[in-house]
Design a binder for this molecule. Structure first.
Ligand code: GLY
Length: 397
């Protein structure tokens, strides 16, 4: 999985930075997407947090050293800086890591007007976000996503969180967290150049999720399939455009339903398509996307891809999604190089029990987000367990 050509080579001039505004009244902010945009981080902090004196970086170890050094130097020219480097992994998105972050902020005497910068993928963004939300009852954060997944999804919308260990030792995903909107999001496209193909593909899963949600006349499904079938020469601009369109779509849901409170369809909960299934299998130690156990566990995006397939097949079982649409969803996931079936999953009944533990269930009722068509995704309550278990069998090898 770590060979291949998922991360597109750069063959064209840089696209201009794009901006997406997230309108949330006093919590509004902009998302800046482009190359060399991290060089504006110092200016952004001066403009957005004029009273700040210090900036605390929380940095994913996987971010290329040159990008890290550049960002710290830019900010160092205008503010005192300190940095904490963490090795991001799902088990590290823990209470212990949260404590490490909080103690780091306290040790550097970060004050209420100062700024935290999260530089990394979704795990660092979620963890640093929760540290910023809770340290001194809340300090500002700027999210600087460096993976495709965090650019199109995790960094936008203010969700922060950590996992909790359950009594059986498995992880309960994002079980503790808060909504803490950033001051800004700065998505540095150069960070994608060094992403492993596997990590890049994991981000494509959230892009496919958005394409399935987007209204059919939005063209997002076509843009996504164009990107996935494009020749390397044209991928550079297409990718920038695809990320911008994904951020716009995500921002629309966040603006409509900031705290995921709207019942039924139309709310932010629809963004959880594939996630209840995905969370139930994501942290299983012996589930690999390939035949090689060394690739276990699944990455979040891989689990979401499998979850979207299980959701599509549940909808097919219920008679609400036609076979042609299921085939299209399978085809686009295959095109992205994401897994469609995996070995080592527990029984459907056991997965179902884990799904009931996910925080998206209510009062013992199984509630899932299911596609009714490409461009028509809805929340369905009181689901038939038989339909779900039958769908789960189709992602097992
Ligand atoms: N990742 C789904 C959301 O932010 O609501």
């Amino acid at each position: 999985l770590d060979s291949g050509d998922a991360a597109p080579p750069i063959t064209e001039p840089d696209p201009r930075p794009a901006w997406v505004h997230v309108e949330l009244g006093p919590r509004s902010y902009d998302v800046c997407i482009g190359r060399a945009v991290l060089s504006s981080l110092g200016n952004a902090i001066q403009g957005l947090a004029p009273r700040s004196r210090s900036v605390a970086f929380i940095i994913d170890d996987h971010v290329p050293a040159a990008l890290v050094a550049g960002a710290i130097a830019e900010v160092g020219a205008v503010r005192t800086t300190c940095s904490l480097h963490l090795a991001a992994s799902e088990p590290a998105k823990s209470l212990g890591s949260l404590e490490t972050c909080l103690r780091f902020l306290a040790a550097h005497r970060i004050e209420r007007a100062d700024v935290v910068v999260a530089l990394g993928g979704g795990i660092i963004g979620d963890l640093a976000g929760l540290a910023a939300a809770t340290y001194r009852r809340g300090v500002p954060i700027i999210q600087c996503p460096t993976t495709l997944l965090s650019m199109v999804d995790a960094s936008v919308g203010g969700k922060t969180g950590i996992n909790l260990a359950s009594d059986d030792g498995s992880l309960l995903k994002n079980m503790a967290g808060s909504f803490h909107q950033p001051l800004a999001v700065i998505a540095e496209l150069a960070a994608l150049d060094s992403l492993s193909p596997r990590l890049f593909r994991a981000g494509l899963a959230e892009i496919i999720k958005h394409a399935t949600l987007a209204p059919a006349d939005s063209g997002l499904w076509e843009l996504t399939t164009n990107f996935l079938t494009s020749t390397p020469a044209s991928t550079h601009h297409l990718l920038a455009e695809l990320i911008r369109r994904n951020v716009e779509l995500k921002a629309g849901y966040v603006v409509a339903d900031e705290r995921e409170e709207l019942p039924g369809s139309g709310g932010r909960a629809l963004l959880n398509l594939g996630h209840t299934f995905g969370h139930a299998i994501e942290t299983l130690a012996n589930v690999s996307p390939t035949d090689d156990l060394a690739d276990a566990p699944l990455m979040h995006g891989e689990a979401v891809a499998l979850g979207m397939l299980a959701a599509a097949r549940t909808a097919f079982e219920l008679g609400t999604l036609d076979g042609d649409s299921v085939s299209k969803i399978v085809a686009v996931i295959e095109l992205a190089g994401l897994p469609t079936r995996v070995r080592g999953l527990p029984s459907p009944t056991e997965i179902l029990a884990r799904m009931m533990d996910d925080k998206k269930t209510t009062g013992g009722d199984l509630r899932l987000i299911l596609p009714f068509a490409i461009g028509d995704v809805r929340m369905v309550e009181h689901l038939s367990r038989a339909a779900v278990t039958s769908a789960l069998r189709t992602i097992m090898r």
